[in-house]
Write a protein of this length. Structure first.
Lengths: 457, 235
């Protein structure tokens, strides 16, 4: 007896509706013959039988919606008593049927299927195997199907894997639909997955904790007066991302000092009106972003990325803004920031930061940055050396604004509001002259622009 | 990229009759299931037609069929997922016929279709996005610019696909509750950019991203496969 379950057609699909039974109780079915039709959100499909036999029971009615993994039909395939066998036809996306949309923990090495899943036949069979029709498996067809991980591999993931000698077939995907993400590759790289010399696929031992991946130092468990706590997924992802950046970029760093006296005055004079008019606080970050976007247009290479041996230079700027929140650090992206004035940028940053802190960002809102700004200034930093947010060519740091005695015109010493603005940049893509001219442009913009007009005040 | 699968591309010129394209698509999918042909991507435009997916309800067709016919359109009830949608001139329709293998991930397929639309629109100059809070498809704010609906043959081979409005006459969408969402609108690249964006302009970009996202090395399909489409061009 084989019990047929609602198949899982992807990790994020948690239920399905029986549209139509194509077989009735008592009907004979061959292996791979369609049993019923299901509908899941935007995808409909017929479900083929994993076995040959006789339909003995339909367990749900047409039109019923049931969770993935629910038994919907029984087929007597001669495997003997008792309903011990069970089969999820066609698409067992997980070894055990899941009824909850539990997101697979990222970077948790689950046993990776070594080959396209075997022909969907019954998984557990009683001892005397009955004569079973050899399933005409479409997978043995002359033209190859996509593998079990029918995933989008982004160019970044592919490149990263290539660069770090990781065989992607050995990497368990934690992304949507089992997609292999950059963090997965980074975690695998950090775990020291050996470079693949053959195409043989070795499942990762599921006992290896991925967290250990990041720390290759000798183990030093918690002693007296210490507390041990597992790293969160976010923490692990950050760790892998940062470590990979330091290992894979040729990081250099350049700083300029900017006189922001007039910006401080402008902000003091207009911050109340700005908030009243636009509903968000006026901070220096949108002004610096605006000045940076202009400089990126002037020096597009700073806005570029490497893809293999190609330098990709976008015609647009998507600005990543590093935001700290309770779970760690996240970099939401202001898409199309080059089409916005300072007010628009202020609103976009306020919105993204608020939703980041409320854990409400959509996945595409943290992807696609072409450059990144980090802003540790409000917490009191004077100078920071940030790690490049790959695949960006650079990351700009806005540190704290401070009154300092400076030499002004005619060699007088005066007190001015000054700030250090610096950039970590990837020497594979840009050189010191360009980095410095870029920063000089940012400085010039901030010192000379009259932002009052841009603020609409 | 050596790890791309070889695939066929069918991009017949002109408006292709819906029924002919639908039938040819199913025939190709059966051949794909049997492993006789590689992954195949069809890129077409149709004459005006409303198609009802399996989740469509009759009250979502707001015009009676007589009105639809009087305006030069047709209504078809078909086997894909989703509700009512419209296809017509000015809309880029893509039907990827892909073998998903023994562990098909239909959700990933939907995300890939969205990805193709997002990248294509970005290249044309329109920033679009997913609306995980609403529905599969690609959106500009509350307006859908690309509708998506899929069927799997034997849970293994993909049918139907996506429809991206380039310079579609959006008045047609008044005839239906598009995608079963009464509170959301539709838009097109032309409307978003304020200049005419033809299907012809978008096709090369879309094909580029289709091959990237679906990891295909696309080559023109052989003549016997293209044949039915050539005969089906109505304008």
């Amino acid at each position: 007896m084989t019990s047929i379950q609602m198949p899982q057609l992807g990790e994020t699909i948690v239920e399905g509706t029986i549209l139509k039974w194509l077989k009735s109780e008592g009907d004979l079915v061959k292996a791979d013959e369609p049993l019923f039709e299901i509908s899941t959100d935007k995808v409909d499909t017929e479900v083929p039988s994993p076995v040959a036999g006789t339909v003995t029971k339909l367990l749900v009615a047409e039109g019923d919606t049931v969770p993935v993994g629910t038994a919907v039909m029984e087929i007597d395939d001669g495997s003997g008593a008792g309903g011990n066998g069970s089969a999820t036809p066609a698409a067992p996306a997980a070894p055990t049927p899941q009824t909850a949309p539990a997101a697979a923990p990222p970077a948790q090495p689950s046993p990776v299927p070594s080959q396209p899943a075997p022909t969907p036949t019954q998984t557990s069979q009683a001892a005397p195997t009955p004569p079973q029709e050899p399933a005409p498996s479409p997978q043995q067809a002359s033209l190859p199907d996509r593998g079990p991980r029918s995933n989008i591999l982004s160019p970044i993931v592919r490149k990263l894997a290539r660069d770090s000698g990781i065989d992607l077939a050995t990497v368990a995907g934690s992304g949507e639909g089992g997609r292999i993400t950059k963090s997965d590759v980074l975690a695998a790289a950090a775990a020291g997955t050996p470079p693949s010399s053959t195409t043989t696929v070795t499942p990762l031992p599921s006992a290896t904790p991925a967290a250990g991946a990041v720390m290759v130092a000798p183990s030093m468990p918690a002693g007296e007066g210490e507390q041990a706590e597992p790293m969160s997924h976010v923490r692990k992802a950050i760790a892998a991302h940062m470590l990979a950046s330091t290992q894979q970029t040729a990081r250099a760093w350049t700083m300029v000092e900017v006189n922001v006296e007039h910006l401080v005055r402008l902000r003091e004079d207009t911050k109340e009106k700005f908030q009243a008019n636009y509903g968000v606080k006026l901070t220096y970050l949108p002004m610096v972003t605006r000045a940076t976007v202009d400089a990126l247009h002037e020096f597009p290479l700073v806005n570029s990325r490497l893809d293999g041996e190609n330098i990709i230079t976008p015609r647009f700027v998507n600005m990543g803004i590093a935001v700290s929140y309770d779970a760690g650090l996240i970099v939401p992206v202001v898409k199309g920031v080059d089409g916005m004035n300072t007010v628009g940028i202020a609103r976009a940053i306020a919105d993204l930061a608020a939703r980041a802190r409320a854990h409400q960002l959509q996945p595409d809102e943290v992807q696609g940055a072409t450059f990144t700004i980090t802003n540790p200034g409000p917490y009191g930093s004077l100078l920071s050396v940030p790690i490049i947010n790959q695949p960006n060519a650079g990351i700009l740091s806005l540190d704290g604004i401070q009154k300092r005695p400076v030499v002004v015109e005619e060699d007088a010493i005066a007190v001015r509001h000054m700030v250090y603005i610096s950039m970590s940049w990837d020497h594979r893509l840009i050189d010191g002259e360009l980095a410095t001219r870029f920063l000089a442009r940012v400085k010039q913009n901030l010192e000379r622009w009259d932002f009052a007009e841009d603020l609409g005040l | 990229m050596t790890d791309r699968l070889p695939g066929w591309l069918l991009a017949p010129a002109g408006l292709i009759d819906y029924d002919v394209a639908n039938e040819a698509m199913h025939a190709l999918a059966r051949r794909r299931l049997a492993g006789e042909i590689p992954d195949t991507v069809i890129v077409v435009q149709h004459p005006p037609v409303f198609t009802a997916g399996r989740r469509a309800t009759e009250d979502e067709l707001l015009w009676d069929e007589g009105t639809v016919r009087a305006r030069g359109g047709a209504v078809r009830r078909i086997d894909r997922g989703g509700s009512f949608t419209f296809h017509g001139p000015g809309q880029l329709v893509v039907y990827p016929i892909l073998g998903l293998g023994g562990r098909p991930d239909a959700a990933a397929h939907l995300r890939r279709l969205e990805e193709v639309a997002i990248r294509t629109c970005a290249d044309i100059g329109v920033t679009v996005g997913r609306r995980a809070d609403v529905q599969t498809g690609v959106w500009v704010g509350d307006d859908k610019i690309c509708a998506i609906g899929v069927r799997l043959l034997q849970a293994r081979v993909t049918l139907h696909g996506m429809a991206l409005n380039c310079d579609t006459d959006l008045a047609w969408f008044e005839g239906i509750v598009a995608c079963g969402l009464p509170d959301h609108g539709v838009t097109s690249l032309t409307r978003e950019l304020g200049r005419d964006v033809s299907v012809g302009e978008v096709v090369p970009t879309a094909i580029h991203h289709l091959s990237e996202v679906f990891e295909l090395m696309l080559a023109e399909a052989p003549e016997d496969v293209v044949g039915p489409f050539v005969g089906a061009a109505v304008a």
